[in-house]
Design a protein around this ligand. Structure first.
Ligand code: FE
Ligand code: FE
Ligand code: FE
Length: 191
């Protein structure tokens, strides 16, 4: 928790922009925007999925993501800040890529799921990088409660990433390849 003196000092100086604490807060605002954006867009990804396992995976992670938003609010308050968000251009772009995958693939295909998994893993990797760094900076700044909360979310993102890999490797990629083969060989002499 920042002391009142620190908060006043920060308010009257450029420190919010230049100090490590200031950087930490800005990065928190970025990931707070990103998580809220995911709460709005994970349902679209879940709905677009072909296999029920992938759809359930996205739905489960939507629940976790809602908790992560609340957890970030706890992080802000634990250091004496009100939760605020700052547009994350990267997450905005990653969600656009997921939407592109949906519009570029056919409904009900495993190729779509293979694409959704790629999009989902790009999102998780961005989050893993963010939470790993934020956790470490929280530790350095002595914000132990914040560090623990961030670590918890980091673990959820890693598990989600691993689960997406597992879904891809257990059947999605193979079935997607078979779909491609049957499409590509349509009308050839061998069929
Ligand atoms: Fe998240
Ligand atoms: Fe960002
Ligand atoms: Fe995530």
């Amino acid at each position: 928790m920042a002391s009142i003196t620190d908060q006043i000092k920060n308010f009257f100086s450029d420190e919010e922009q230049t100090s490590l604490r200031g950087l930490f807060i800005e990065e928190l605002q970025d990931i707070y925007w990103a998580e809220n954006h995911l709460v709005d867009n994970l349902p679209v990804m879940a709905k677009a999925a072909t296999s029920s396992q992938l759809r359930q995976g996205f739905e489960m992670h939507l629940q976790e993501t809602r908790n992560q938003v609340v957890r970030l609010e706890q992080v802000f308050r634990s250091i004496g800040e009100e939760p605020e968000s700052k547009k994350c251009e990267a997450m905005n772009g990653l969600v656009k890529e997921a939407q592109e995958i949906i519009s570029d693939t056919t409904e009900g295909t495993m190729v779509r799921d293979a694409g959704l998994i790629i999009a989902g893993q790009k999102v998780e990797h961005y989050e893993i990088a963010s939470y790993g760094s934020l956790r470490t900076i929280a530790q350095i700044l002595g914000y132990n409660e914040a560090a623990q909360l961030l670590e918890k979310t980091l673990e959820e993102e890693k598990k989600t990433d691993a689960k997406l890999t597992e879904i891809a490797e257990s059947y999605v990629n193979m079935k997607a390849k078979q779909e491609n083969t049957s499409n590509a060989s349509q009308g050839t002499a061998s069929r």
